[in-house]
Design a protein around this ligand. Structure first.
Ligand code: HEM
Length: 464
């Protein structure tokens, strides 16, 4: 007999509320990991109206990720909340609709377009270098996470819209100001067992709804501008210079793809592309500043590959940065910024001796498995070298490593994110030394849809 929801153990709850009052949303991933230690790799949580099954077992997780879009969908509540905000794009579409969204978005983000867009990325790298040079010359203490957020929002808006908001140089970029309000509220609404905002809108609810409205006004304008550019310059049909132009051209051949779908995907790219990459960069700095030896490895690689250049100037050399690749992988193993993914089975399904019923809520926590010695040897050690081909790592279970998800819905922005990480880290270590000012132990993990680091400060000095 397979194990069903009612057979599963889990934390003790109280009448009516179950475990709901115990949930600490800001720290949810750590709580789930502690409970996995206690109750095993599949356990249940009782919420007010429903139960949820938490899964950390790689074999089951891989099955779920691969059996999409047919066998599993994203939790319906995620779609409902995003649609209330007029976001209907590839992240929350399902079934046949998802296939159309995915085709469109993959084309918009493909390597050909990334290459065409590379020179515009370098403009942003140069600005970041200029800011850091000034900070180093003036001896400033800097909030490097904010710099990363500005960098990724500039890259993402230039890519998505062909519009350079230059938030690195012009304080208070409007788009970024609004974006900051969106993610935490989406996460809060997903986690609230009761949709309080439907009964009474708090100030944060109003700020969130207003931010969505404002961004949508911008998006309408960008779409109109994009259409005008294509009409004036038909060459853009063959070689679109950004994501918007690429999907506008594709959409002309696809009846289903109207303005609603275009807008939904532009918003999705903005949401998916900014925080994730910025927080991964921030976590890499947090980890590298505890390991001088790996900073030296990156510095050596940057010196060798960049030669006299202060940053990467040719797209073709980016793949050669193997050490930065390894640092990115190790950072995402230990500090994945998207460690929680929610699913619902579309039919009753038995996996590895467990029966998951149609419509049940499944929460995959992905870091737990990646931090177990059975999957990665000495899993608690930060060791980027484990990702290098030449290192013979005794234990390496890639099924337990899913920072970008997996199966047909794996993150389509992965290549772009890795490219941004290489551009930033190679420029940083080629030109500067970095010192952590905030004690490492004061930096906390905060879950707000993405798992980010609490504020920390660093100091840069010019490399002599
Ligand atoms: C380090 C940076 C990033 C991380 C860790 C990350 C992680 C993820 C994860 C875990 C998923 C869910 C995958 C699944 O369900 O199997 C996802 C989906 C997605 N990501 Fe990323 N992401 C990153 C950067 C980006 C960037 C830069 C973009 C675009 C510019 C992007 C666009 C998307 C989209 C559109 C989806 C939805 C795919 C679908 O449902 O078919 N991501 N990402």
């Amino acid at each position: 007999m397979p194990i069903t929801l009612k057979d599963l153990s889990g934390p003790k709850g109280i009448p009516i509320f179950g475990n709901a009052l115990k949930i600490d949303v800001d720290n949810l991933h750590n709580q789930l990991e502690d409970w996995a230690d206690e109750f095993g790799s599949v356990y249940r949580l009782k919420l007010i109206t429903r139960s949820m099954i938490v899964i950390t077992e790689p074999k089951i997780v891989q099955y779920i990720l691969r059996d999409r879009p047919e066998g599993f969908i994203r939790m319906k509540k995620v779609d409902k909340i995003l649609r209330e905000g007029e976001v209907h794009g590839v992240f929350n579409a399902e079934g046949e609709e998802w296939k159309l969204h995915r085709k469109m978005v993959t084309k918009g983000l493909d390597v050909k377009h990334q290459k065409a867009f590379f020179d515009q990325m370098l403009v942003t790298v140069e600005r970041l270098h200029k800011k850091w040079k000034r900070d180093a010359d003036d001896g400033n203490t800097i909030d490097i996470q904010q710099d990363f957020l500005r960098f990724t929002v500039d890259i993402t808006t230039t890519l998505a819209f062909g519009y350079d908001i230059n938030s690195l140089e012009e304080k208070g970029g409007v788009v970024q100001d609004h974006m900051e309000k969106i993610f935490p509220m989406i996460f809060k609404r997903i986690n609230d067992p009761i949709p309080w905002y439907k009964l009474h809108k708090s100030k944060n609810d109003r700020v969130y709804e207003n931010a969505l409205k404002e961004i949508n006004v911008y998006i309408d304008q960008f779409i109109a501008d994009g259409r005008k550019r294509i009409a004036e310059n038909p060459n853009l049909r063959k070689s679109p210079s950004n994501f918007l132009e690429a999907i506008l051209v594709e959409a002309e051949n696809e009846e289903y793809f109207g303005d609603k779908e275009l807008k939904g995907n532009l918003m999705t790219i903005l949401l998916a592309g900014e925080d994730t990459t910025a927080h991964t960069l921030a976590w890499s700095i947090f980890l590298l500043t505890q390991h001088e030896e790996f900073q030296e490895v990156i510095r050596k690689e940057a010196d060798e590959l960049l030669k006299e250049n202060p940053w990467i100037t040719e797209y073709e050399i980016a793949p050669s940065f193997k050490q930065i690749d390894a640092v990115a992988n190790e950072t995402m193993r230990m500090r994945p910024v998207a460690p929680l993914i929610l699913f619902e089975p579309t039919v009753d399904v038995e996996i590895d001796g467990y029966l998951f019923e149609k419509g049940s809520l499944l929460l995959v926590e992905s870091r737990y498995a990646a931090m177990q010695d059975v999957n990665f040897s000495n899993a608690n050690d930060f060791n980027p070298a484990r990702w290098l081909k030449e290192t013979k790592c005794p234990m390496h279970n890639l099924d337990a490593y899913i920072p970008f998800g997996g199966g047909p819905r794996f993150c389509p922005g992965k290549n772009l994110a890795i490219l941004e990480i290489k551009l930033v880290l190679s420029m940083l270590f080629k030109n500067f030394n970095i010192e952590m000012i905030t004690p490492h132990e004061d930096v906390k993990e905060i879950m707000a849809f993405t798992m980010m680091a609490s504020d920390f400060k660093v100091k840069l000095t010019n490399r002599s």
